[in-house]
Write a protein that binds this ligand. Structure first.
Ligand SMILES: [Zn+2]
Length: 288
């Protein structure tokens, strides 16, 4: 939890949940950008890895509690964590307790996509570690139908990005909801299919009709990726990612609009400033 981890959007309370990190190869994270340029913004360690955040949103409405993405989760072995550069996120019960909430209070889980760093936290081991179960015993789990299909039968090059145990138990629970296209699954919660990072990746917009907050997922994983040249190497469809990012910039740049980045190493509610050629952000310290 960061200092500025809560705002209100109309009657909705929105929490920025963080506290985990990933260490990924800087060359992969910044694609064609030369190391001399990205290393100034995010200095690498002695293995050329940069430290990224793993951030989620929690949206509390009058009669729902929706979690957007779930992080890496607690089921990876030490070896798997080392390979994936993953940290050690605390169990959800511990993460939600400071808010006076429990995993059973979560009514909806919304996935931008099902890569392990977004879906792994949706499931946990049973107490005897013999089963993998949904981490949120009452929640409905919302994902795009196409993303579900691709996760279950990954396209070439994507096999290591998805882990079946992250999401197959959600189907078995009977609480998986497969969406087709743009949706408003809850009052004030809008989902827009962007493609790009994965073919059916979606971004999330929270609004009461006046205030607006975007969670663009991995079409713009950090504030450093706002520039249209700053592509990662992880996108399946890079041109779609850039189109979605340009669309985000059109809606948020210079506007009184908040953005939370899924892998922001300094998690914050941010506003976008600067120009289309040189976009930057300012962290919003004061509650909106
Ligand atoms: Zn990600």
């Amino acid at each position: 939890m960061t200092q500025n981890s809560h705002i209100r959007i109309g009657s909705y309370d929105v929490y920025l949940l963080s506290g985990d990190h990933l260490k990924w190869d800087g060359g992969s994270v910044f694609g064609i950008i030369p190391r001399s340029a990205w290393a100034q913004k995010l200095p690498p360690d002695d293995r050329n890895r940069v430290t990224l955040g793993v951030n989620q949103l929690l949206v509390k409405g009058p009669d729902f509690l929706a979690l957007v993405d779930t992080g890496v989760g607690t089921r990876l072995t030490e070896r798997q964590r080392e390979v994936r550069g993953a940290g050690h996120p605390r169990p959800w019960a511990e993460r939600l307790a400071p808010l006076g909430l429990t995993p059973a209070d979560v009514t909806h889980v919304i996935f931008t996509h099902l890569h392990t760093d977004h879906a792994g936290g949706a499931t946990v081991f049973s107490d005897d570690r013999q089963e993998v179960l949904p981490a949120f015993p009452r929640a409905a789990f919302l994902v795009q139908e196409g993303e579900w299909q691709d996760a279950c039968a990954p396209p070439d090059g994507e096999a290591n990005a998805y882990r079946f145990a992250d999401f197959l138990p959600l189907l078995e629970s009977g609480r998986l909801v497969r969406l087709r296209g743009n949706q408003r699954p809850l009052p004030g919660v809008f989902l827009q299919v962007t493609g790009g990072h994965t073919r059916h990746h979606q971004m999330v917009r929270i609004t009461d009709g006046q205030d607006v907050l975007f969670f663009p997922g991995d079409i713009c994983p950090t504030p450093f990726h706002l520039g249209l040249s700053w592509k990662t190497s992880y996108d399946q469809f890079p041109l779609e990612t850039l189109a979605a990012r340009r669309n985000l910039l059109g809606k948020a740049l210079g506007q009184d609009v908040l953005v939370v980045f899924s892998h922001d190493p300094r998690p914050a509610f941010r506003r976008l400033t600067g120009s289309l050629e040189h976009p930057t952000t300012v962290a919003c310290d004061a509650p909106a």
